[in-house]
Design a protein around this ligand. Structure first.
Ligand code: GTP
Ligand code: MG
Length: 257
């Protein structure tokens, strides 16, 4: 059996991580690709799918709030740190499925996974050589040039912090008008066009900061390219799969629809 590939879905709260995790699993399974889902969010309520491996079996946000007298934010941080204590159990449970693709749905707030130590630790513990980050950009923010750049900077920061291969995904593409989606795609392919849009966008702070920021983004060239997805009709799933294949040269041909 080939070594498994881990895909971590990371993005700001409500950016569509859980929906994409599930959609991608369904898309893969329909093509005979063996993928399981792992929920790493101890506070998840109403997940849109039934995870194959679930951190809530080991850690409960409510119990942590009650036992330590913490509010929801403090408890989220405590839970995030506790993830690291359960990595052996998580690894065993994942291993028992003998799946080829492990789809990791991360906690709502990005900083819990990206900026606390546990996220990095889990990635390294499970398999640092076969892990890719799917970084999700929310269209509510991405449709303005400054919002788009802000999200790319967060993506760069995630890349800097976790140091894994990364692919940028624009979620909920159906929520953008065709012309808005085309514009975001143009920005993602053409940094000069993004720069002009940013400078035209009003506040002088953009004029002062944009050149330096865009240079940073250009330096992380691959960060600029984004792949749109949407929950209807498996929109964008083939592109995501192709990016994963390109990264690991997994050599499985994409079967036609
Ligand atoms: N229209 C549309 N809505 C979407 C899409 N993907 C997700 N949503 C909606 O966006 C909301 C958030 O989606 P989730 O998948 O829960 O996002 P998340 O990042 O897992 O959220 P948290 O874990 O709570 O931070 C839900 O109401 C979804 O139904 C999409 O492709 N199109
Ligand atoms: Mg979620």
């Amino acid at each position: 059996m080939k070594e498994e590939i881990f895909v971590y879905f990371i993005g700001t709260a409500g950016s569509g991580k859980s929906t994409l995790t599930y959609n991608f699993q369904q898309w893969m399974n329909l093509r005979g690709l063996d993928a399981i889902t792992v929920n790493l969010d101890p506070g998840a309520e109403n997940l849109p799918y039934e995870p194959d491996v679930d951190i809530r079996d080991w850690i409960s946000l409510k119990e942590i709030m009650e036992s330590y007298g913490l509010g929801p934010n403090g408890a989220q941080i405590a839970c995030a740190d506790m993830l690291a204590l359960n990595t052996e159990d998580i690894k065993k449970s994942i291993g028992s499925f003998k799946a080829n693709y492990i789809l990791m749905d991360t906690p709502g707030q990005l900083e819990l996974f990206v900026f606390r130590e546990a996220g990095k630790y889990i990635i390294r513990f499970l398999n640092p050589d076969r892990s890719i980050i799917a970084y999700l950009l929310d269209p509510a923010l991405a449709k303005t040039a400054s919002g788009f750049v802000s999200q790319l900077l967060l993506s760069v920061s995630t890349n800097f912090r976790l140091g894994q291969p990364q692919v940028n995904i624009l979620t909920k593409a159906d929520m953008l008008l065709d012309k808005e989606l085309e514009q975001v795609e143009r920005w993602s392919n053409n940094p000069d066009e993004l720069e002009s849009a940013l400078i035209n966008e009003e506040a002088s702070v953009y004029r002062e900061m944009s050149e330096g920021l865009l240079n940073l983004i250009k330096d992380f060239e691959s960060q600029g390219k984004i792949f749109p997805t949407g929950k209807e009709d498996f929109y964008g799933m083939a592109d995501l799969y192709t990016q994963i294949q390109l990264q690991f040269g997994a050599g499985e041909d994409l079967m036609s629809d």
